[in-house]
Design a protein around this ligand. Structure first.
Ligand SMILES: Nc1ncnc2c1ncn2[C@@H]1O[C@H](COP(=O)(O)OP(=O)(O)OP(=O)(O)O)[C@@H](O)[C@H]1O
Length: 274
């Protein structure tokens, strides 16, 4: 009898993020054009581009909350909205995008990061107010608050925090999601040196644990020191590669990064900064 043929299927592991020929627009006004991106799982990518380059728009599309005009987008090989609903994408918004006057404590804010996981709790649990969540959710919340050094502020209203503390709470909420992909919109903006160090070290640990980190930043030094790759964007992808190849005068000039300082010349003339 003839033996059945053994078919060896070698399916490549899906990328964390794959974007092909993407275009996006608001009210018919193009914002992103012909964007191609492939971000491997477990790497740290820094996205750098000037104001209005479309970085936050790209995040909205990767979260599946905005539909592209054209092109294909997958997260872990699936529809981004589905991945978000499954809790595989964590998002840290820019501080300005959050309603800080909302009467909610620091720990309840971080608990909202657990909502995706709570969907799999027992049905009757899901009828209770979130504050009565199962203890393992609270364990994660407290662990994340400790990780960002905000445990002493757990009961404080979020409106009564400094700028740097707000950032740390937003990061704790993103960490509490225990997602495979972390999308962070300017996590380092407006924080002091100690907070910056804490945030970068935490993200380095996330990456070491196999998570994919994607961080929009204007901080070239951090991108150079921590990121595996840099993506330069200004309405379209200007370049993508190792930090040492992307964060050079020629590439930055092409991206026209606001506030960009020439790398070769440490002290440019003042007139370079209007
Ligand atoms: N909801 C919206 N409706 C209409 N236009 C928008 C909307 N959101 C953003 N835009 C426009 O789209 C363009 C890209 O905005 P986006 O916020 O994606 O840029 P960004 O790179 O994140 O900028 P920044 O560094 O200032 O945060 C800008 O010209 C902006 O004015």
């Amino acid at each position: 009898m003839r033996k059945p043929d053994v078919v060896l299927r070698l399916t490549p592991k899906p990328m964390a993020v794959e974007v092909k020929r993407l275009s996006a627009a608001y009210d018919g006004q193009p914002v992103l054009e012909n964007v191609d991106i492939a971000l491997p799982v477990g790497k740290w990518t820094a996205i750098i581009g000037p104001n209005g380059a479309g970085k936050s728009t790209l995040f909205r599309i990767l979260l599946g909350v905005m539909k592209p005009l054209r092109g294909a987008v997958t997260v872990h090989g699936e529809d981004p909205a589905r991945q978000r609903r499954l809790g595989h994408i964590a998002y840290m918004a820019q501080q300005e995008a959050v309603e800080w006057d909302f009467p909610i404590s620091v720990q309840d804010t971080v608990l909202t990061g657990r909502f995706g996981h709570m969907r799999t709790d027992l049905w009757w649990r899901r009828l209770l107010p979130p504050r009565w969540a199962e203890s393992h959710h609270w364990d994660v919340v407290h662990r994340c608050l400790e990780a960002v050094n905000m445990q002493d502020f757990a009961h404080r209203p979020i409106g009564a925090l400094s700028g740097g503390q707000k950032k740390r709470v937003l990061l704790a909420r993103a960490l509490a999601q225990e997602a495979r992909l972390l999308l962070l919109d300017e996590p380092l903006a407006g924080v002091d040196t100690a907070s910056e160090r804490l945030i970068l070290d935490l993200l380095a640990r996330q990456r070491a644990a196999g998570r994919t980190v994607v961080m929009v930043t204007h901080d070239m030094d951090s991108a150079r020191r921590y990121a595996d790759q840099v993506l330069l964007i200004n309405r379209t992808i200007v370049g993508m590669g190792a930090p040492d190849n992307m964060l050079v005068d020629e590439m930055l000039a092409r991206t026209a990064v606001a506030g960009w300082r020439p790398v070769a010349r440490r002290d440019p003339p003042l007139e370079a900064f209007p």
